[in-house]
Design a protein around this ligand. Structure first.
Ligand code: FAD
Length: 456
């Protein structure tokens, strides 16, 4: 146990210290709730320790390696032998570990600064007001469950000989083999596959589903499919039966060579022992209302256990839940929460896809602007990508933005701000950007949607 306990009674107990739990803890401390956070593994959860940050740190190393190897000479780098250049996985992992360590320390400091008690160990819920850790029982008026998710394993259960690694192990490996299979169809599987491809590995993506990533706007989905094929990532979608084979596996009787399988399957919630608590579930996840309240008064659920699957959604849900405990009703609006994928190039979206606009019966305007017509992208050597903006026809209110571009995951936040303020195409087209900037493409896309294109 850590912390200086005067009592074991709290206004709020949070189980899990990922981006959902720790952000809830900080906010609760700031508004003066006596708060404890219980963590069985590492402060910062999956996001900091084996999810967002490790994958982004490793991707950055991989992108740098690939750029120097393939474009270095063109960019004017000289004095090195391209054939001698290789990717040192172990060194990249060391850099990743240093980055993670610093961030974890930062979160620990913030929890301490906001007087949040840290309790180390596995939490077991007794009832809505009592939580047990080891021999200790803690009392609380409110409970936030933020225990995260893990990939399913059932699709890989048939494989007895193949080496299957989970993501937390994967980011700790000292070295990796040449032929790697990434199982899953989601942003995580695409990021891992992209990273391995950038460092020169032979990569296959296998999934039992048809799409590489579900719920993407069709233009983005088409782009990513083509891009992965062009990079040389082999795609085996809609494969139902996996079996062991010599030096690989059989997927619906098709041989795929691999020395390792990285499990990026769909995720399922990790729930603590529940005691007397009977939480209502919906499609395998904990059901909540827009304030993150479960069916039990005073018990909230946030983050991956509710099926949201993005760190930013977990953190927003954390503040929403704490605000609600404090009497401030600020509902979650999932449609204004962006999604992000750090492939090369990055992909980010907010709001509705074109298919959803149609399904919901909107008459709409659409503007698409290619990166190939943007000067900053050209200076940086980026040729592929686009910004697509969707607006309802009557007032031109922006309903969705989809970006394929370097730094798309930063650029999307301007679109989020516009949509939160219910901005219209005319508002976007009047925004003056720095020049040159890749984000000028958002304004250009709005010109296209208004039928007044400037640079195409
Ligand atoms: C490879 C990868 C890359 C990703 N990249 C991104 C990204 O770029 N952007 C993004 O938005 N999202 C990304 N994600 C998803 C993101 O990591 C999750 O959405 C986010 O971490 C969920 O936060 P959370 O607080 O719900 O749970 P978690 O971060 O999973 O934290 C849950 C915590 O609860 C603890 N816990 C569980 N049970 C108990 C118990 N009984 N007692 C005590 N403690 C317990 C766990 O140890 C864990 O620390 C990525 C995920 C992966 C796997």
């Amino acid at each position: 146990l850590e912390g200086d306990f005067m009592s074991n009674k709290f206004d709020l107990i949070i189980i899990g210290s990922g981006p959902g739990g720790y952000v809830a803890g900080i906010r609760a401390g700031q508004i003066g709730l006596s708060t404890a956070i219980i963590e069985k593994k590492d402060i910062g959860g999956m996001c900091l320790n084996w999810g967002c940050i490790p994958s982004k740190t490793m991707l950055e190393s991989a992108k740098l390696f690939n750029k120097v190897k393939n474009d270095g000479t063109t960019f004017g780098l000289d004095g090195y032998d391209k054939k001698e250049l290789f990717f040192n996985w172990d060194k990249a992992v060391s850099r990743k570990n240093k980055t993670v360590k610093k961030l974890v320390k930062g979160v620990e400091f913030l929890l301490q600064k906001n007087k949040v008690e840290k309790i180390r160990g596995e939490a077991e819920i007794i009832n809505k007001n009592e939580v047990k850790v080891g021999d200790m029982t803690y009392n609380t008026d409110n409970l936030i469950i933020a225990t995260g998710s893990r990939p399913k394993t059932d699709n890989l259960n048939n494989l007895k000989k193949a080496k299957v690694v989970e993501l937390d192990e994967f980011f700790e490996l000292k070295s990796i083999p040449d032929d790697i299979l990434v199982y899953g169809n989601n942003p995580n599987s695409c990021e891992v596959a992209n990273m391995l491809n950038l460092v020169g590995k032979n990569v296959s993506i296998v999934s039992d589903k048809k799409e590489l990533v579900p719920y993407l706007d069709s233009d983005v989905a088409e782009f990513i499919n083509k891009r992965f094929k062009k990079m040389g990532v082999k795609l085996y979608m809609d494969k139902q039966d996996l079996e062991d084979a010599e030096d690989g596996i059989m997927a619906d009787k098709e041989f795929i060579k691999c020395d390792m399988i990285v499990n990026c399957s769909d995720r399922r919630p990790i729930l603590p022992k529940m005691g007397d608590l009977e939480l209502e579930m919906e499609r395998s996840f904990v059901k909540t209302d827009e304030f993150m309240q479960t069916n039990i008064d005073g018990v909230y659920a946030i983050g991956d256990i509710t099926g949201s699957m993005y760190a930013q959604a977990a953190s927003a849900a954390g503040t929403t839940a704490v605000n609600h405990i404090a009497g401030v009703k600020q509902p979650m609006d999932y449609e204004k929460i962006p999604s992000n994928m750090y492939t090369e190039p990055e992909i980010a979206s907010v709001g509705l896809t074109e298919e959803q606009m149609k399904e919901r019966g909107f008459k709409y305007k659409v503007g698409k602007f290619p990166l190939s017509a943007n000067s900053k992208a050209m200076a940086e050597g980026h040729r592929e990508g686009f910004v697509k903006i969707l607006a309802e026809e009557k007032y031109g209110e922006v309903m969705g933005v989809h970006i394929v571009s370097p730094n798309a995951t930063d650029m999307i936040n301007e679109a989020v701000a516009i949509m939160r303020m219910e901005g219209c195409l005319e508002d976007v087209s009047a925004i003056v950007h720095t020049h040159p900037a890749v984000s000028e493409t958002l304004v250009e896309a709005s010109h296209v949607a208004l039928d007044k294109p400037l640079h195409i």
